[in-house]
Design a protein around this ligand. Structure first.
Ligand code: SF4
Length: 183
């Protein structure tokens, strides 16, 4: 399938926005990794999908450099007000479910693809990190920030909105699909 067709497929499968990712626009920032270290989400050092388990920033950069093209997907939740926790949770849940489903479908066409989502991998009730290897390396996905990506940068560089306006919350993820020449 061509990338345009995957965009259509992403929209059909429940995402509110989707676009092409030009992997050469990806800039990795140490600040993103530093933010992981502050451990606000309580996943630092607790998952293969997050630092340090997902590899050093250089290792993440080497993995990203293998790709030329991918897909950005977004879920935009409508909130009643800024305290609408239920609305935020609903949108997060919808995004995670659609991301998992599309990831499975994409994997059939791009066996070596790299999914980078919004949150730490939640495939298992308890991550095996660091005692034994990941149970599902093909189903697992890291958050974009864990690989040093700033979501706003990626959206701006690829013509996608990062913020969809007052009273909304946006969740963004991406799939790195096509291999760069010579990889
Ligand atoms: S698939 Fe399981 S073991 Fe692997 S990163 Fe996700 S939670 Fe951890």
């Amino acid at each position: 399938m061509m990338m345009e067709q995957w965009i259509t497929r992403a929209l059909e499968s429940g995402f509110d926005a989707a676009g092409t990712l030009d992997c050469s626009t990806i800039i990795l920032r140490t600040e993103a990794r530093e933010a992981c270290k502050s451990d606000k989400c309580r996943r630092y050092g607790r998952s293969w999908s997050c630092p340090p388990g997902c590899g050093s920033l250089d290792e993440c950069a080497a993995r990203i450099r293998r790709y030329s093209k991918g897909l950005i997907v977004q879920t935009v939740g409508k909130l009643e007000d800024e305290f609408d926790g239920e609305g935020m949770m609903d949108a997060a849940r919808r995004h995670a479910e659609n991301f998992r489903r599309l990831s499975k479908e994409l994997r059939e066409h791009y066996p070596d693809m790299l999914p980078l989502g919004t949150e730490s991998c939640a495939t298992c009730d308890l991550c095996t990190y660091p005692d034994s290897p990941c149970r599902d390396p093909f189903g697992a996905s890291s958050p974009m920030e864990a690989f040093g990506m700033m979501v706003g940068d990626v959206c701006r560089a690829n013509g996608m909105e990062y913020y969809h306006g007052k009273g909304t919350i946006t969740f963004t993820g991406c799939f790195l699909l096509e291999q760069a020449t010579g990889q």
